[in-house]
Design a protein. Sequence first.
Length: 465
Amino acid sequence: MALHFYNTLTRRVQDFEPLAEGKVGMYVCGPTVYNLAHIGNFRAYIFSDLLRRYLKYRGYEVFHVVNLTDVDDKTIRDSQAENIPLKDYTDRYKKAYFDDCDTLKIEPVEMYPAATDHIPDMVRTIERLTENGHTYVSDGSVYFKIDTFPSYGKFANLDVSGMRSGARILADEYEKEDARDFVLWKAWTPEDGPVFWETSLGKGRPGWHIECSSMSQKYLGETFDIHGGGVDLIFPHHQNEIAQAEGATGKPFVRYWIHCEHLLVEGQKMSKSAGNFYTLREILDKGYRPMEIRYILLATHYRQQLNFTFEGLKATRGALERLSDFVRNVRLADGQPAGEVLNKILGQRENEFVTSLDDDLNISPALGAVFNFVRDVGRLISDGKLAKDESSKVLDKLTAWNRVLGFMDFEEEALAEEEVARLIEKRTEAREKKNWAEADRLRKELEAQGILLEDRPKGTIWKRK
Ligand code: AMP
Ligand code: ZN
């Protein structure tokens, strides 16, 4: 069976067929840059990173756009509270976002449009909506009139037919109960201070929802393949994006909508407003490693809620160490050739890996394939049945899978190993000079890093605690 995903639009699993053969256009709602992202946000970003990496693994050329919301109610509110210009304020959190993505090995995408660089595009979309009869003006602000878009609500399974006509909402974020005409362009008010643009729509600023419709269509075309984000965005944000985009062009907007479930803390959505959140940096400061965080955020299927616990996070260390111990053993392997046996293992586990991820990114059996591979080849090695020139085949396979998973840090691992080898060599020299104190000091230094030494007749070997 081919690659297939659960599509929120149709509420069923569908084969994936992009508009242009071999190419995928994809848009994912990015951060509102008013604060450090929390690991709940990163669950959504790591999910889209997995999707992107897997599409590439399956041979697609991916053009992936992630927007940066650098003007909205929250960015304005918080920059003013700190009394610094909006741009300086949001630049700080844009940088933090990129740094954090880098730490978590989230691949850079092809384009990161910022809302403030696209005001004319948004104005143009609003003008088109007006030409098509979807808007009205109230107190200088422009609203989308939802009863001009008959399918409004359907995307979120929401019945809005009983709603009072003309009721409207000015806030960027609101709940389902507040479904009503939403704002496209907000007239300037004194609270906005220096944040405004003079446009054909008057002095003001765009609402939040319009930026995603305008920027996604600008870079991906009026109809494109995939749109993603967290499930909290289904309503109102994505419903509003659909109404705006389709209201302006009269064409279908997105073909596959893919939404990631929440990260929970003690049963509740991790969010800034609930105050139950951890930033990436807070967790790193507690001594956890970036790849442990990447692993835990990746290892639960994206359509299942993930309950975050520090016990769960601790448990990832064992899995990652199994992988790095394995890589080390493979690098050292020098046995008899495994030949066909190895080819069979490679073929079988690759097949499991791809079949699982083809199935709506079913990550658990894909990880199962990786660990079964580690077990199978590990057995060969301990039976002395992996030849030196076969190691590269094994490592190539892991490297290929890691292009999708991203949590195996081979380079860092190799560097760490070089460092261990260097210290062991120094210790051997000290022992040869009968400098026992120095040899002991080096043993302890390694032990403090979790490395245990064992002196054998042929030399010193090491393992992790
Ligand atoms: P925001 O900066 O709040 O606009 O959110 C950025 C992205 O993170 C969106 O795709 C949200 O759906 C997602 N997100 C926010 N909170 C969580 C959470 N607790 N679990 C998973 N994704 C989340
Ligand atoms: Zn968006």
